[in-house]
Design a protein around this ligand. Structure first.
Ligand code: MIG
Length: 751
């Protein structure tokens, strides 16, 4: 590829290899992470995902063999051959295991279509893509072994294990029902984990241009990743197990900061809630139906003519009063903000942006205009730090009204007048850039602007939701999976999508409960809340023009089921909060595929319809119409049914009853589950007691608590408790850290 190796040199932890046609750098970041950098378009990394210097002092050795260099850390060996082929080995238990080898053979696509046939079949409207012959200017091809499974890659559709599928990273707003065959959705997270029969590794391919991933669809013997432009810049991450890979990746790209507690409550939303009366009656109805609720979302209908940073005061006579009245009932307001700024004389966001040169431009230097909801609109250039600051400061429009969180939409960026051309000029921090390079990080930069602005204005932990994002966005925002539909296939997909997002470093996510587009049914509503109550972002949302989806619209039975699962969620809030803490510290997701903790169990490598919440709860929901019993696989150990407390031996399949009001949930033996008393919203009880549900078996559990609002915990204002049970109805409580008020009581319930 680059000719022969002429020379190599080492400076601290960076090794520079001089090939005939190209210099290459390898950097040892930790004993488990090595970066491979081929500076094709810029001499330095221009990462949006990795912030700050991630190199830790690491001892390693470097030696030259006949035809390769050997780089060896405590955990891995990297052999760099003189033809720039690289092989990575792990070194666990004094055993060298080849994990990841560059592919050396010919590329042989498994099938190719003739051009003439493609033309012919297109006449009927078929949309054929030619697999194979996929060569990109930036590219890497690696060996696949029998049994390799591939996970991650963010919010892609389809099954959990991505082997045999191909994907693209190009943030896309596609209104059609999301199909398994879609190659892109709203987010670009170029990170994946390869689980082998023996061993596991991760690759983070840090390139923001349109990128391609072919995980063995082209050929069973290799997989490839590549892009249209940019550098070949990837990180090899090894570890003893999958959690260590996730932790390595989030070490690099950052972890989710603690959210405010209320954000873990229930949220109600709909595109079309368009007046003050609507919001007031919603709040009243939640009270009347005794369904806890922490937030109502204001979609684009609150704005005047879809102008961001404005409020329609005809339909909302006094937004400030409305929002504070809602807050008195415990309900927080979350407002949507799209990036597109309406082109309109005397509209302050437009005028200020024009004056300060804050919008993206055409190559001829004029401001680039496309269209979104407000009609003709321009795109704030969020890659420019001044634009982020400007946008962030203007958020005081919302904080002054008492708004509690911001929902960023349309930030792929979406456009109604055809896609933005690749050569539209944006800024990448300190240099001019193009839409081709910035597209996939547009949402990321917008979320960053929102997070930083909100934090400055309020001093509280910002609550941001975004539709589009990139690797590392978890530092600034939560996500939702965009416009799903009221389809059973989309309820099924909610599981795999959320599991893969979690493995990709993004722990706080949710799907639109009930489905966004199309019309839901009572049964689908019931089954969706049974899954959705475990999503960190627990939000019912749907589209204007589709059937309303408030919980009380489907009859008594569904309302009771709905209430049961919202109440379940509120009772588990201390557990969810602990999982957030774990996520901030280690990068572990909240919703987890079983394979994350049981990677050696063949039965879970392709398990698409069960998931874990933390390590202790296993959820096996019904995601099929009409089904009232389902097969459940329980991995090794002993498990207890959450409701009946029936005991099950793991490593077995069971047929479990699941009438419409039952979502099968299992608790691992030895679990000490922290729970809260019932509340209509977070904080209704000023300082609720803690309830510990102690399951048979020995175990220990770390519990965390703080004020749930600001950053005081970073200065030590939190409590941490260690609970230990020997399995004989005995519990030991140790306070490991004290910096916050105590519980009025800790109630212990033995199962
Ligand atoms: O093109 O703001 O995904 O949640 O309700 C539709 C209206 C624009 C798309 C979002 C959806 C939101 C809707 N938006």
């Amino acid at each position: 590829m680059f000719g022969a190796l002429l020379n190599y040199s080492q400076k601290n932890q960076t090794i520079t290899l001089q090939y005939e046609k190209q210099n290459v750098q390898l950097q040892v970041l930790t004993d488990k992470i090595v970066n491979v950098f081929v500076p094709l378009t810029s001499t330095v990394h221009r990462s949006k995902a990795v912030e700050g210097d991630k190199e830790l002092p690491t001892s390693f050795s470097l030696s030259k063999e006949a035809d390769h260099l050997v780089l060896s850390t405590e955990s891995l060996i990297c052999k760099i051959y003189d033809d720039f082929k690289i092989d990575f080995y792990s070194k666990y238990g004094n055993e060298e295991t080849l994990l990841c080898a560059d592919y050396r053979g010919q590329r042989i696509p498994r099938f190719e279509l003739q051009e003439s046939f493609i033309e012919f079949i297109k006449q009927e409207g078929h949309n054929l893509d030619t697999a194979g012959n996929q060569n990109y200017p930036v590219q890497c091809v690696k060996k696949l072994d029998k049994g390799d499974c591939i996970y991650g890659l963010g919010d892609k559709t389809g099954v959990l294990n991505k082997r045999y599928y191909e994907y693209e990273n190009w943030n896309s707003d596609i209104p059609d029902p999301h199909e398994d065959s879609f190659k892109s959705l709203y987010k670009s997270v170029p990170f994946f984990i390869t689980l082998k029969e023996k061993g596991v590794y991760g690759i983070f391919y840090d390139n923001t241009f349109k990128s391609y991933f072919n995980f063995g669809k082209e050929n069973d013997n290799y997989y490839s990743f590549g892009s249209d432009d940019g550098n070949l810049d990837y990180y090899f991450i090894c570890g003893e197990n999958m959690p260590e890979i996730v932790s390595g990746y989030t070490y690099l790209t950052g972890r989710m900061p603690m959210p405010q507690k209320w954000t873990l409550g229930y949220h109600q939303s709909r595109w079309g809630y368009d007046s003050e009366e609507t919001f007031r009656s919603l709040a009243a109805k939640f009270q009347e139906c005794r369904i806890p609720c922490d937030a109502l979302h204001f979609d684009i209908d609150y704005m005047s003519h879809y102008k961001v940073f404005t409020w329609d005061t005809e339909r909302f006579s006094d937004p400030h009063k409305l929002i504070s009245d809602l807050k008195e009932q415990g309900i927080k307001a979350v407002t949507i903000i799209d990036p597109g700024v309406k082109v309109e004389k005397d509209y302050y966001m437009y005028e200020e942006g024009v004056e300060n040169d804050y919008f993206a431009k055409s190559p001829d230097g004029s401001i680039y205009v496309n269209a979104v909801w407000p009609g003709d609109a321009v795109y704030p250039d969020f890659g420019n730090p001044d634009v982020r600051k400007w946008w962030g400061e203007h958020l005081n429009f919302y904080t002054d009204l008492g708004v509690s969180g911001i929902w960023n939409d349309m930030n792929e960026p979406a456009s109604f007048n055809g896609p933005l051309p690749d050569d539209i000029i944006f800024t990448d921090e300190d240099k001019a850039s193009t839409h081709a390079e910035i597209h996939n990080v547009y949402g990321h930069n917008m979320a960053k602007a929102t997070y930083e602005g909100w934090k400055n204005l309020t001093g509280k932990r910002p609550f941001v939701i975004t539709r589009a994002c990139y690797s590392g966005s978890q530092k600034y925002t939560t996500v939702w999976t965009g416009d799903n539909q009221s389809l059973w296939t989309h309820l099924r997909m909610a599981i795999t999508q959320q599991c893969n997002l979690g493995l990709s470093g993004i722990p706080f996510m949710g799907t639109d409960i009930g489905g966004f587009g199309a019309d839901t049914t009572p049964e689908l509503m019931a089954r969706w809340v049974e899954v959705g109550c475990f999503s960190p972002l627990f939000r019912n949302h749907c589209a204007k023009g589709s059937m309303n989806q408030e919980p009380w619209l489907f009859g008594e039975e569904v309302l009771d089921i709905y209430r049961k699962y919202v109440e379940l969620r509120y009772s588990l809030l201390p557990y969810f909060y602990d999982l957030c803490r774990e996520s901030e510290q280690t990068g572990m997701p909240i919703i987890r595929p079983l394979v994350l903790h049981y990677e050696n169990d063949e039965n879970v490598r392709n398990l698409n319809d069960e998931f874990l919440v933390g390590e202790h709860l296993l959820v096996a929901p019904v995601v099929e119409q009409g089904v009232r019993k389902r097969m459940v696989y329980l991995p090794e150990g002993v498990w207890y049914d959450y409701t009946s407390h029936t005991k099950y031996q793991g490593n077995q399949f069971y047929i479990i009853d699941a009438p419409l009001d039952v979502c099968p949930i299992f608790v691992k033996a030895g679990t000490i589950l922290p729970k809260a008393p019932a509340q209509m919203y977070v904080g209704e009880i000023e300082n609720p007691e803690l309830i510990l549900e102690v399951y048979p078996g020995a175990g220990s559990y770390t519990h965390y608590n703080d004020n749930g609002e600001d950053f005081a915990y970073r200065d030590g204002a939190y409590n941490e408790y260690l609970f230990k049970t020997d399995g004989n109805r005995h519990l030991e409580i140790t306070k490991v850290h004290e910096g916050y008020r105590d519980y009025p009581d800790i109630v212990i319930n033995y199962v």
